[in-house]
Design a protein. Structure first.
Length: 233
């Protein structure tokens, strides 16, 4: 441990933000927590194992994901009760934002355990701040439902919110989303933030119809953050 830096506290769940693409985007504090913790709870242990290896770190890994998070949350609480220092990470970005870590955090809070954020990269913030759209008031959606009826109802609801909207979308559904936006929010300015912090990072700007034309001309790959501006006027 470096001099004058406070040691990690036993019985604490540390929420460690990890790179969303560029491996340089990790804080010194995050590296220290990953080095000094007792165990790393990871959404994908293979992915996190590669990150730890890149930085010369070796720690026991505990997997948690959508279908085992309830059982794993109990195990993590048991470790916290024994005074262990647990680092929680997601595949990319800040834990608890559209990933199973949210349930683990709720369980730790309900159990009376200390939860400490270790801030860092977040796709939502990176896309919003670079989009050029108003950021003074925004509404984060996460992922839309997969079923058409539910998606339509959700977009109808979101249309009533007088603020910038931010959501996540996979490359397999981004064209479908643009079709829906062209129907329901045709006059809104939209920014597609693709492959954030990676080699082929790209920001595409336009109306839903203009971006739909782009998507139909060429394949748009990578994970997307979609930023939708307020209605003009």
């Amino acid at each position: 441990m470096e001099p004058n830096l406070p040691p990690l506290v036993g019985g604490t769940l540390y929420l460690v933000a990890t790179p969303i693409g560029n491996l340089e985007d990790i804080t010194l504090r995050a590296l220290r927590v990953l080095k000094d913790c007792d165990v790393v709870a990871a959404e994908d242990t293979r992915h996190t194992g590669q990150l730890l290896h890149h930085y010369g770190l070796s720690k026991p890994l505990l997997s948690y994901f959508q279908f085992n998070e309830a059982r794993r949350a109990e195990e993590i609480l048991g470790r916290l009760a024994q005074g262990e220092k647990v680092a929680l990470v997601t595949d990319a970005g800040s834990p608890g934002i559209s990933d199973p870590g949210e349930r683990v955090v709720r369980a730790a809070r309900a159990g009376g355990f200390r939860v400490e954020p270790v801030p860092g990269p977040c796709g939502l913030v990176a896309a919003l701040t670079a989009s050029g759209l108003p950021a003074s008031e925004f509404h984060f959606v996460g992922f839309l439902p997969h079923k058409s009826g539910q998606r339509h109802r959700e977009l109808e609801r979101l249309r009533q919110i007088p603020a910038t909207l931010v959501l996540y979308e996979s490359p397999y559904r981004v064209e479908r989303l643009l079709v829906e936006l062209a129907e329901l929010l045709p006059d809104r300015p939209v920014v597609l933030a693709r492959e954030l912090t990676k080699r082929f990072e790209e920001f595409l700007r336009g109306t839903p119809a203009e971006l739909l034309a782009v998507a139909r001309r060429r394949a748009l790959r990578g994970e997307f953050v979609v930023v939708i501006g307020p209605a003009p006027g």
